[in-house]
Design a protein around this ligand. Structure first.
Ligand code: ADP
Length: 264
């Protein structure tokens, strides 16, 4: 049986007394690759922030790697890739390799010095993202797409077992977007990293992920794409068209045929 990485039990979250998340229960296992989707304002970001321990739920439990989130300390096992470049602060006076190295700090005791193997890891991950030649460049001087690659490098340099990714692909050029999904795929398949990707791109997410978590303040669906696409309740809930938009890419992926891109 795959190990539980995350268990969420009957989670409620409110801002100013109105429920944004209610009765949320699900679990994520080693090797899962999950697309988290839902309309704007459906609570996806709130759920992610709660899982990262940044927001305290009104009630319910979040258990990470077997520990209640309040007692969880192994944040080095968790990688987070934020959506916005702003999270990096482009004026931050650091080089590319220094920013990536920050991803290693949570594993270290004081004093947090970098050793030779740390430098090698930073170099390897920059190489993987075709950014090694920029390693000494100040991050503020890079293009938006290059800065996004630095964030990807920082999120994966630590070899996380659980990776949470907040819709990074807008800032990436199409070639890097494909490269990004290849890297995610190989982390998931070869290292069994559990990945959650928050996305609006419902038409494409089925090409990459194996499960769908559809949230609209509560869980509308959690399970495999096959089950989502076959479900009559889902057809009734979404209508055939919306279900088709989510499903056709995934089916095409299975059938290996091609077609046009779906959108929101
Ligand atoms: P999503 O990421 O799916 O777009 P969010 O989790 O950002 O959804 O937001 C869920 C709901 O909570 C929305 O109605 C949003 O307006 C509201 N909300 C988000 N952040 C705050 C906040 N800091 N204070 C009050 N309401 C908020």
């Amino acid at each position: 049986m795959p190990v539980d990485i995350l268990t969420v039990e009957d989670l409620y979250f409110r801002y100013n007394s109105s429920d944004v998340l209610s009765g949320i229960s699900f679990s994520i296992k080693k090797g899962d690759y999950i697309g988290l989707v839902g309309p704007n304002g459906s609570g996806k970001t709130t759920l992610i922030k709660a899982i990262l321990g940044l927001l305290k739920p009104y009630s319910g439990r979040i258990i990470l790697f077997g520990d209640d989130i309040g007692a969880f300390s192994r944040w080095d096992k968790v990688g987070y890739l934020p959506q916005h470049i702003a999270a990096l602060n482009p004026r931050f006076p650091a080089t590319v390799s220094e920013v990536v190295a920050m991803g290693l700090l949570s594993k270290k005791q004081f004093p947090k010095h970098m050793n030779r193997s740390d430098h090698a890891r930073v170099d390897n991950v920059l190489d993987l993202l075709d950014m090694k030649r920029h390693k000494n460049a100040p991050v503020g001087e890079l293009s938006g797409g290059q800065q996004q690659r630095v964030l990807v490098a920082r999120a994966i340099v630590n070899d996380p077992e659980f990776l949470i990714v907040d819709e990074p692909t807008d800032a990436l050029d199409p070639e890097m977007r494909d490269r990004f999904f290849e890297i995610m795929q190989s982390l998931n398949k070869q290292k069994q990293v559990a990945i959650v990707i928050v996305t609006h791109d419902t038409g494409n997410i089925g090409r990459y992920t194996s499960k769908l978590l559809y949230v609209d303040k509560k869980i509308i669906f959690y399970g495999s794409f096959e089950d989502f696409c076959k479900s009559r309740e889902i057809t009734q809930f979404f209508g055939e068209f919306a279900q088709h938009v989510i499903c056709h890419r995934h089916n095409q992926n299975i059938d290996c045929s091609s077609g046009d891109h779906g959108t929101d």
